[in-house]
Design a binder for this molecule. Structure first.
Ligand code: GLY
Length: 587
């Protein structure tokens, strides 16, 4: 019997190997990865479009729109509003972000910058105390910490320009989930527990996120957000006017007036997203399209261009040599970012120069292939405070027509400023902390710049968010990705791209692989668990100071070679994320 079973198993294996041998030579590397018996990690696969987001109810809401015939923008806007209800730590209508839209029929990518703006009353010294020192409490947790929110305008405008469904339809899942409630997961319960002390200082936030007398919601209970449902309904009825004018704006401005905040009716009335040309560069024949400043897409492109001449494939994924070169490239690119990144409407970012062949070559020549450079010997002597919140969230959508949306948005910190204007139901961002409070100071926030990122009225603060779309050398859409993670966003996205392009990993392998991070200052090579001890020893021998910390990023990625079959992966690093195809059938 056993012999018969073995022989049957043998026949099956032979047939499978024969199938692979016959088919794989005709498939590209990425296609073969789906069939590869060598893969330990497998992507979600399916047809008719795909959604990847950090929260499962939002993914389901987006996929439902695709199944009803909606396009990628319809699904993305639906997801954006749904996350504002189901992922309150980062999903939002009180924050801002960046959206890349690829329109397949026009072969064109549009960049929508709906980053928050500083209120008209803000100024360079806004967060300096009486001794002239940066006051982090004020820039992070006070009513002055909030920039003018951009999410509602950004999502509404994307839908109006590129979507096909009514705004009411896009908002319906969010309104229903807010009104009827949804089940509190362990992830949400833990998040609210951690945020309780700060959030309890805002009576409106406390009333929404905690039960009577401020007790915690238990796992499995329902979180209902009646005020948020009402605010969302006003947006569904009136578009941006339902948020930036009328009832909601009155409540927000009254709160600002009563609490010493800066946002006025005029700030809200004057807010508009800006439509930009995306920036792009070729990496080993693949066009990488990403957000222009004040996003950090330029730094991601900068790192890839510095690495392009090194044979990373030969060195191997996460080998000591590959990690060393990545760390050195990051050290250089992050120092330029600190110096030059700011809002191009207020500061001239020398983008063309930074990405020019001449400059890249000059900087690449500074990389010692054998030894780590000291960060203090690279560029400016400015120091940095090593903190950018790892919150923020990204979602990716591709539809059956080949349109794609890569969107990253945020409140900045987890739960933003932890404050809420009474009756509005949404949390306020603390994005003003992404400006440099004291430019040029050794104690300042040099990580995101000197003068380039100083506070100025009506300016957008620099950001690490880098939603990105990658095209195959033949010009066809290849994959889309993005991540939260503060300053780690840039290195996370860079490694995911390199893992697919250099190391021919499928999108799940590329997402799951351990990550590293270097950001110039602090002069540390941050690592995740999972790298070989031998590799770590080699890195130390080259002079890298290693620091094992929490995991980095939460990529949401979708890959397609032919626009029919989709492979996606929601990073396993954060719980509750989900990738779903529109259909599991090809017809
Ligand atoms: N607040 C995080 C970022 O914009 O990158």
């Amino acid at each position: 019997m056993i012999a018969r079973l073995r022989s049957k198993h043998h026949q099956h294996t032979v047939a499978w190997c024969l199938f692979l041998a016959l088919t794989i030579p005709t498939l590209t590397v990425a296609q073969s990865a789906i069939l590869s018996a060598r893969s330990v990690h497998h992507p979600v696969t399916g047809y008719g479009g795909m959604v990847a987001s950090q929260e499962k109810l939002a993914t389901q809401a987006g996929v439902q729109v695709l199944r009803e015939g909606g396009n990628a923008v319809d699904a993305a806007v639906t997801i954006g509003f749904t996350l504002a209800v189901t992922l309150p730590r980062a999903g939002n209508i009180g924050g801002g972000g960046f959206m890349l839209v690829y329109l397949a029929d026009q072969k064109q990518t549009i960049a929508i910058n709906y980053r928050e703006k500083s209120p008209a009353a803000s100024h360079r010294d806004l967060f300096l105390d009486e001794n002239g020192n940066a006051d982090a409490k004020k820039s992070r947790y006070s009513p002055v910490a909030s920039g003018v929110p951009g999410t509602v305008y950004g999502l509404c405008e994307a839908l109006e320009k590129y979507g096909t469904i009514p705004l009411q339809r896009a908002l319906q899942p969010a309104i229903d989930l807010a009104k009827e409630g949804f089940i509190v997961t362990p992830f949400l319960a833990n998040g609210l527990k951690s945020a309780k002390k700060r959030m309890s200082q805002s009576p409106a936030a406390k009333a929404v996120f905690y039960k009577n007398k401020g007790s915690l919601y238990s796992i499995g209970e329902k979180l209902i957000q009646i005020d948020l449902a009402h605010t969302l309904q006003l947006i569904a009825d009136q578009g941006p006017a339902g948020f930036y004018q009328g009832e909601t704006s009155d409540k927000l401005v009254l709160y600002m007036q009563n609490n010493g905040g800066l946002i006025t009716h005029d700030d809200l009335l004057n807010y508009r997203p800006s439509h930009r040309k995306p920036i792009s560069a070729f990496y080993r024949g693949h066009r990488i399209v990403t957000m222009p400043p004040p996003s950090s897409g330029m730094t991601m492109l900068h790192i890839l261009k510095l690495l392009e001449t090194f044979p990373l494939e030969k060195y191997g994924q996460n080998s000591a040599q590959s990690i060393h070169l990545l760390a050195e490239a990051c050290r250089l690119a992050y120092s330029d970012r600190a110096e030059f990144l700011g809002d191009p409407d207020h500061w001239s970012v020398p983008l063309d120069y930074l990405l020019s062949e001449k400059y890249i070559k000059q900087r690449r020549n500074l990389i010692d292939p054998e030894q780590a450079t000291l960060s203090k010997n690279v560029s400016s002597s400015r120091q940095s405070i090593p903190y950018e919140s790892p919150e923020t969230t990204h979602f990716s959508v591709i539809d059956r027509f080949g349109n794609a949306v890569a969107n990253t948005y945020t409140l900045n910190f987890s739960y933003g400023a932890h404050r809420m204007a009474p009756g509005t139901g949404f949390l306020l961002n603390n994005e003003m902390d992404d400006f440099v409070s004291k430019p040029g100071s050794p104690n300042g926030f040099g990580l995101l710049g000197g003068d380039a990122n100083a506070i100025r009225a009506g300016k957008r603060m620099a950001s690490s968010m880098s939603p990105t779309i990658i095209f195959q050398p033949n010009g066809k859409l290849y994959f889309i990705t993005g991540s939260p993670g503060g300053s780690r966003i840039i290195t996370t996205v860079t490694q995911l791209i390199s893992n697919v392009i250099d190391h021919k990993m499928n999108i799940a392998e590329a997402s799951h692989a351990p990550r590293v991070h270097h950001q110039w200052f602090p002069d540390l090579l941050r690592i995740e668990k999972g790298l070989s001890p031998d590799t770590l020893k080699l890195l130390e021998q080259r002079g890298h100071r290693l620091s094992l910390q929490s995991s980095m990023g939460s990529t949401q990625s979708i890959l397609t070679l032919d626009g029919k079959l989709f492979q996606g992966c929601s990073d396993p690093r954060r719980r509750n994320a989900l990738t779903l195809p529109s259909s599991i059938r090809s017809n």
